[in-house]
Unconditional design. Structure first.
Length: 267
């Protein structure tokens, strides 16, 4: 088992494995240079004590095997599939939908999926104490643990009215009448909806510099470290630090409408 500070060479060297073989293994799969604590390594030797094969249990899902060939080692990968189980999680809104959904058993990722599916029907900031929700999740279970999940449907009851989001075979969400819910982009780039601290404004007075200049974006006031989401499907074309804008990512969408997300402590 891989422990703190272990590397492929430090482990195999202890058992007299030739450094040339270790180098060939690393050439066959560069990810072997990034072993993680708790992973398992096992190997077999020839009658002469040479390395014949090595098995790397990367996770519950994936195992990689490296078998000696004429010019080094050949890698093969085996992926284990779990069982998908449908679950209905119900709850009543208390202090907030996010905290109540978490109490009902939803993960942060699943809560984000619910908000994204329902965003054009419901402003989650306006949910009231006592509003009810039911969420149908399909979860993949592997060795008794959850690997991944998919949102299948949501029913939200607020002020006596029911709102639905139902996933179809095309992966999109519809209401009970079959009307599509997607409007192109998410309204907010976060799982929760935070206060807008500065709107799009062609002549904004910059609170830092004191100068009037175009503000071609929308600022949100949120706690440092809040996860930021892409507001639409697309391909990330830039991800970098960009001066006062902080960490910046730009995406190309099919619209085509370019999207940019910037995160900074003080803008």
């Amino acid at each position: 088992m891989v422990s703190t500070g272990d590397t492929l060479s430090s482990i195999l060297n202890q058992y007299g494995i030739d450094m040339g073989d270790i180098a060939q293994l690393s050439s066959a799969d560069k990810e072997l240079r990034n072993l993680k604590i708790g992973q398992q390594l096992s190997w077999t030797l020839t009658a002469d004590g040479d390395l014949q094969s090595l098995t790397w249990e990367m996770s519950r899902r994936e195992t990689r095997t490296y078998t000696r060939v004429d010019n080094g080692f050949k890698m093969s990968s085996e992926l284990q599939k779990g069982d998908w189980v449908n679950s209905v999680l119900k709850g009543t809104v208390g202090a907030s939908f996010v905290s109540s959904a978490r109490d009902a058993g939803l993960t942060s990722t699943e809560i984000s999926a619910v908000i994204k599916a329902m965003q054009w029907q419901m402003d989650f900031r306006k949910l009231k104490k006592g509003d009810e929700f039911s969420v149908l999740m399909s979860r993949e279970m592997l060795d008794g643990k959850r690997e991944q999940s998919q949102l299948l449907g949501v029913r939200l009851r607020s002020d006596g009215k029911d709102y639905y989001a139902i996933r179809a075979e095309d992966g999109k969400f519809y209401d009970r009448n079959g009307t599509g819910l997607a409007k192109g982009f998410m309204r907010f780039p976060t799982a929760r909806q935070f206060r807008v601290s500065s709107n799009f404004n062609p002549r904004r007075l910059n609170p830092v510099t004191g100068r009037v200049a175009p503000h071609r974006g929308v600022d949100f006031a949120m706690p440092q470290g809040t996860p930021v989401l892409a507001v639409g499907d697309g391909e990330v074309v830039v991800a970098k630090r960009s001066g006062a804008a902080g960490i910046t990512s730009r995406s190309a969408t099919a619209a085509p409408i370019p999207l940019a997300t910037c995160t900074c402590v003080s803008c």
